[in-house]
Design a protein around this ligand. Structure first.
Ligand code: TYM
Length: 350
């Protein structure tokens, strides 16, 4: 069986972007592949580390994995920091990663911009100057720069073939493939497969937020969370951004409305989505109705997850059992790969 591995950072509760980009794929894949799903708690330390919240966040996401339907008997569920082999291999792989390729990574530039308070428009030159300048670099740490190395190690140490992630992670996967190729060819070995994204449709998903602009994201404040209470969820959707309504027949659909239709495409029946597209085209669209429909259809997906979530989250003994068992399995496999890597790199024990 092909190996599947994916993870989610422990930075808060999961939203519809995480669900459609990642978690829903995990649930579907567990029957057909050798699956490992983990919580990236070390990655969560690269921005705004919060020791009081970290462990709670890890438990929340574990409960969300289980509530969404990941079965610990079918898939291995573990926490990244429970597998110290990952940290060792991260050090080793970093010896084959260029600073330049890390500095050019889009997610690094975005996050560095935010940490430096530069805003989306900050020019790349400004970022580099500020990073190299002495006191601001405290806010952009080396862990953030080497984020792609750590992610590549998560994947390579399990020799994964498929890595179900959303569109925003595709550049990281591209780097992982490059590192795998480079390592294999430098040492003349065939240790690592080159992993690919996995989608049920033909393209990677980018779930938009409710604010009419870009993607749904924890730091954007435009999220619908899987565990949002019904009332909260309805209110958020009813307040989502649209436009003033089409002025003439067949005009192109504005970005904010297109975003809501994209969400609908994920949650609602195709005929319903088409009926709203038609209503936009003939200027009869009523956003209130459309939002009500969207909220109902999202709730159909999230309600069962939310209900199971609270029970599971309260059963800490169960959560601990699941991750202890998962850590054991994940470590055993990781230790094998790490030993191969050490051998290949010439690190010998006395
Ligand atoms: P993270 O924690 O930012 O997001 C977890 C997953 O959710 C997806 N996602 C989205 N997909 C579509 N639309 C959105 N609006 C949206 N927002 C989030 C992400 O693509 C991701 O699949 N670097 C990873 C965590 C990670 C990892 C790994 C993943 C660490 N090591 C190894 C796979 C394999 C991350 O930050 O995801």
């Amino acid at each position: 069986k092909e190996v599947v591995l994916s993870g989610i950072r422990a930075t808060g509760n999961l939203h519809l972007g995480n669900y459609y980009g990642a978690l829903s794929k995990f649930v579907k894949m567990q029957n057909d592949y050798d699956c490992l799903f983990f919580i990236a708690d070390l990655h969560a330390l690269t921005t705004n580390p919060d020791p009081d919240a970290l462990h709670e966040n890890v438990k929340n996401i574990l409960a969300e994995y289980l509530a969404a339907g990941i079965d610990p008997e079918k898939a291995t569920i573990f926490v990244q920091s429970d597998v110290p082999e990952i940290s060792e291999m991260y050090l080793l792989l970093n010896m084959h990663v260029g600073i330049g390729e890390l500095l050019r990574t889009a997610s690094f530039k975005d996050k560095a911009r935010k940490q430096l308070g530069l805003g989306a428009a900050g020019a790349d030159d400004d970022i580099e100057k500020q990073i190299i300048g002495s006191d601001t670099n405290k806010r952009v740490n080396a862990g953030l720069l080497t984020y792609p190395t750590l992610m590549a190690v998560d994947i390579l140490i399990q020799k994964a073939h498929k890595v179900p992630v959303g569109k925003d992670q595709e550049q990281h996967l591209e780097l992982t493939r490059r590192f795998a190729r480079r390592f294999n060819s430098f040492y003349g070995v065939d240790l690592f497969p080159e992993p690919e994204n996995f989608n049920f449709g033909d393209h990677a998903v980018k779930v938009p937020g409710l604010d009419g602009s870009g993607k749904m994201g924890k730091s954007e404040g435009n999220c619908v969370y899987l565990i949002d209470e019904e009332k909260v969820l309805r209110k958020k959707v009813m307040r989502s951004v649209t436009d003033e309504g089409p002025k003439e027949p067949n005009q192109p659909i504005s970005q904010p409305v297109e975003n809501l239709l994209t969400l609908m495409e994920l949650t609602s029946a195709p005929e319903i989505v088409q009926s709203y597209r038609d209503a936009y085209a003939d200027c009869s669209i009523r956003y209130g109705d459309m939002k009500k429909q969207l909220a109902e259809d999202i709730l159909k997906v999230t309600t069962p997850i939310r209900e199971r979530y609270h029970d599971i989250r309260n059963d800490e003994a169960y959560i601990s059992r699941v991750v202890r068992q998962g850590a054991e399995r994940a470590r055993e496999r990781a230790a094998k790969t790490l030993e191969e890597v050490r051998q290949v790199m010439g690190i010998r024990k006395f």
